[in-house]
Ligand binder design. Structure first.
Ligand SMILES: Nc1nc2c(ncn2[C@@H]2O[C@H](COP(=O)(O)OP(=O)(O)OP(=O)(O)O)[C@@H](O)[C@H]2O)c(=O)[nH]1
Length: 450
């Protein structure tokens, strides 16, 4: 059956909160449901920091938060997540606050979402919906935009359950979920599926172009160093400090959605490509991680990963555990053969008490962590040395003789090693004493063997 105009219009109304350009930002309530009894999905994280994070995330989109609260749950009620008494109590709050949007920092089934919307007479979005909204606002490259659109459509497809019927009519189709009528669900789903297929094709094309760029880059085989970390850990700031770049570093969650690449010269002259990537967040749904796989290919292909942590955040241990888990999900192996080297960068030490920083620095030998402040630059030099050491091995002192037939290697040697003394011998050979990294030494041996 061919969808009629009304149905097409309904599916076109798959707009985002961000796309609703109104004069006033939406008034929103932020709720963080936490189960009182059962083991929470992340026992490391305190309820206050969960609330702070949810408010921070919600603040990343253009809304006015009029109320926020932790909601302790004794049990999960399948139809509404919250128990009926709580749903009613919250309905009172939503109405008295005149909120149009309720952000529930938890996964909601489509049925729960629909029932809560009915009960509260407001739009309800869950954590995934919120993250998609933020991603939608941040994506800047074609690939980033397409990825977010695709993730959004896939999310909506699972949610086409007569969700907006009366709200849509009340407010004139401003919801970002289409399909106001139950009879239209099938047609809407088909329209969404068509859009998904189209987007996937387009994305494929964009990716092919990028792969081409990457293989060109591979011809000059500089190692790739990827910055990863929890959102707001300070990756972009560090990226700027390391490369002297002036890319934006705002107090803005997920400011970097698309990978940014820049060349960086290490203290002993080795060139690397530094890549800044999307920030991670806890409870990032697997299908969202999958949507960003392509963007994160830089991370997968990196020779070295810098895991940036905001050590001033009381929650940083839980955040680090999340980042490590997501890296594993993406396929990064940090142990065994073929594993990727990872250095932890303990950032924002300028915000920590002197003694804490001192004890961190004292432990530097036993951990692979480097304490730094991306804003003041403290520790950054040591970080660069650690990157070089990890990629190139130690600096060693060697006496080397270059035979007459290998004179063409002399230039290379001067570029890659620090020459302390040179003796030009009668037979035409050159004896050198130099400092060279282990990596360059094995490179030299390969060159001389040819
Ligand atoms: N005091 C202090 N603030 C820092 C430091 N590094 C970053 N910041 C601040 O932390 C905030 C987040 O920094 P970003 O560099 O945007 O963080 P990010 O990890 O790239 O964030 P996402 O794009 O969300 O992944 C900004 O306000 C920075 O100024 C630091 O070493 N010290």
């Amino acid at each position: 059956m061919k969808p009629d105009k009304g149905q097409e219009q309904a599916a076109r109304n798959t707009r985002t909160v961000s796309a609703e350009r109104r004069d006033e930002p939406s008034r929103a309530v932020v709720l963080v449901p936490i189960q009182r009894t059962g083991v929470s999905d992340n026992p490391l994280r305190s309820s206050e920091s969960k609330l702070a994070e949810a408010v921070g995330l919600a603040g990343a989109i253009d809304i006015e938060i009029v109320h926020s609260a932790i909601c302790w749950l004794n049990n999960i009620t399948p139809a509404t997540l919250f128990g009926s008494g709580k749903v009613e109590e919250l309905a009172g709050i939503v109405q008295s606050m005149e909120a149009e949007l309720v952000i529930v920092d938890h996964a909601l089934t489509p049925v729960q979402q629909r029932n809560l919307e009915k009960a509260w007479k407001a739009k309800v979005i869950d954590r995934t919906g919120l993250i998609l909204e933020i991603f939608g606002q941040r994506a800047s490259t074609r690939e980033g935009v397409l990825q977010v659109q695709l993730a959004h459509l896939n999310y909506q497809k699972g949610r086409l359950v007569r969700s907006w019927t009366h709200l849509e009519r009340q407010r004139g189709s401003t919801g970002f979920i289409g399909g106001p009528g139950e009879t239209q669900i099938e047609a809407d789903r088909r329209i969404l599926q068509d859009k998904i297929v189209k987007l996937e094709k387009e994305l494929e094309q964009v990716r092919r172009t990028r792969t081409l760029h990457r293989s060109k880059r591979k011809k000059v085989p500089h190692p790739v160093v990827a910055l990863v970390g929890y959102t707001n850990a300070g990756k972009s700031t560090l990226f700027n400090t390391l490369t002297g770049a002036t890319v934006r570093a705002k107090d803005m969650l997920f400011a970097t959605l698309d990978p940014t690449l820049r060349r960086l010269t290490l203290p002993h002259g080795r060139m690397v490509i530094l890549s800044d990537t999307v920030g991670f967040i806890s409870d990032l749904p697997t299908h969202l991680v999958a949507a960003f796989r392509a963007t994160l290919e830089e991370v997968l292909e990196a020779d070295l990963i810098l895991h940036v942590r905001d050590m001033s955040d009381p929650d940083n241990a839980a955040q680090a555990a999340d980042v490590t888990r997501i890296l594993h999900e993406l396929g990064v192996r940090d142990e065994g053969e073929g594993s990727t080297k990872i250095i932890e960068v303990w950032n924002k030490i300028d915000l920590l008490p002197y003694e804490t920083v001192e004890s961190m620095e004292a432990r530097r030998e036993e951990t692979t962590a480097v304490p730094v402040s991306a804003t003041t630059g403290q520790g950054v030099e040591f970080l660069l040395e650690t990157i070089e050491l990890t990629l190139s091995g130690r600096l060693i002192n060697r006496d080397i003789t270059i035979g007459v037939n290998d004179m063409s290697q002399l230039n290379w040697l001067y570029e890659h090693a620090k020459v302390h003394s040179r003796e030009d011998r009668e037979d035409g050979s050159v004896a050198l004493n130099l400092d060279i990294t282990e990596h360059d030494m094995s490179d030299l041996q390969r060159r001389l063997a040819h």
